[in-house]
Design a binder for this molecule. Structure first.
Ligand code: NAD
Length: 367
């Protein structure tokens, strides 16, 4: 059941210190990695923030609950439920006058999509449409910033990826639903005049990261003494990613919210930006850093890249975000991975050093 009083308190915020009018932001997917981090940053500067998350078990729910507790201690309340639940969304909009919606709830992960296509349709397509339907009925309509992904560039070979590039060659169903999410957003902009900003995130990592992603998965494998599969493309080329540190992403998200313009009759803004780091690294380089910071050697197992939706390389052109959002990534992979490793030890406590105990605590088998 929804605690209406806490919903209202959470939306109220503490007031901005910088003299600006505070925002009231609904953060979907607030139990997630980026959702929690963005919600905390908004709350810290005094904005009103309310979260919503369905706490699904795609990865260990204990981590999502720990993030929820972290938000709770900062004064951010999480409404528990699905973005497909229109009644729940309407009751949240009735309780709070949201000025902005930060839509991050999604079924993420490229490989999981091969065996679980319906969960992507449910969250990324049906869920997004349901949310936008509720938003379009609000007066005034809140401005929307939503998550897209570097995966929309798919099998595109041109580097770095620019927002003008074609996105019609997705390599996974996940990528297809993210590209469709942008198209769906465009429809709500064109027909209903919603103010929409899409952000294409590039491989985000850092404290509270997602356990199905490389940095976290490999940290667990290193501590457990298990081999790490490293994918290789044709001619032994290695997978590389434009790994982007969470604080840089959060700065970009907040700048996108701050610079969003309300829709005016007949003309409303539709924007799309890459948020990456512009310094791609190979997966081996990332593993090398982790070994150093975790103090254990990794067992590397090079295997040919399976046809499960990964692309060989990602690399962001961020000139548009730099120009419009003053976005400038500040954290190198060396510094960011060190902070991730420190968080990893803190989160797992003594269990982190004990492979057997970590294995018991961490029965989740990453895809
Ligand atoms: P995450 O899985 O940690 O967070 C998503 C949250 O949404 C989860 O807590 C989940 O429980 C919730 N959720 C899922 N379906 C829901 C539903 N139907 N109703 C309510 N809540 C639901 O993922 P993240 O890494 O924080 O990603 C946030 C967004 O950024 C996603 O849209 C993702 O596709 C996108 N993205 C992330 C990355 C990355 O590297 N982390 C890269 C590109 C894009």
């Amino acid at each position: 059941p929804l605690d209406r009083q806490r919903v209202v308190q959470s939306c109220h915020g503490t007031g901005r210190q910088d003299g600006r009018a505070g925002m009231v932001v609904l953060v979907t997917g607030s139990g997630g990695f980026i959702g929690m981090s963005a919600a905390l940053a908004l709350r810290a500067r005094g904005d009103g923030v309310l979260g919503i998350d369905n706490f699904n078990d795609y990865y260990p729910v204990s981590l999502k609950r720990a993030r929820q507790a972290h938000l709770e201690s900062a004064g951010v309340y999480t409404a528990e439920g699905d973005i497909n639940d229109a009644d729940l969304l309407r009751s949240l909009f009735a309780a709070c006058r949201f000025t902005h919606v930060l839509h991050l709830a999604a079924q993420a992960g490229v490989r999981y999509a091969t065996k679980n296509p319906q969960s992507y349709v449910h969250a990324n397509l049906a869920g997004q449409v349901n949310l936008l339907e509720v938003i379009k009925d609000q007066k005034p309509m809140p401005m929307v910033v939503y998550a897209s992904s570097s995966s929309v560039y798919g099998l595109n070979k041109k580097q770095p990826f620019s927002e003008e590039d074609r996105v019609d060659q997705p390599a996974s169903l996940y990528a297809a639903t993210k590209a469709s999410g942008e198209l769906i957003a465009h429809v709500y902009h064109n027909i209903h005049g919603l103010s929409l900003t899409g952000l294409r995130f590039f491989t985000v990592y850092g404290p509270w990261a997602r356990p199905d992603m490389a940095a976290y998965k490999f940290a667990v494998s290193i501590m457990k003494g298990e081999a790490i599969p490293i994918f290789q493309g044709p001619n032994g080329t290695e997978l590389s990613r434009d790994f982007t540190y969470i604080d840089d992403i959060v700065r970009g998200v907040v700048a996108a919210l701050d610079s969003a313009k309300p829709s005016v009759k007949g003309r409303s803004p539709f924007r799309l930006y890459n948020l990456g780091n512009t310094h791609p690294h190979t997966v081996s380089e990332m593993v090398g850093l982790l070994e150093g910071y975790l103090g254990r050697q990794a067992i590397r197992h090079y295997i040919p890249m399976p046809p499960t939706g990964d692309v060989l390389a990602t690399f962001a052109d961020i000139s548009a975000a730099r120009r419009d959002l003053a976005y400038q990534p500040q954290v190198s992979l060396e510094v960011g991975m060190k902070r991730f490793a420190e968080w990893f030890f803190e989160y797992y406590g003594p269990a982190a050093d004990d492979g057997a105990k970590l294995a018991a605590d961490w029965s989740y088998k990453p895809v």
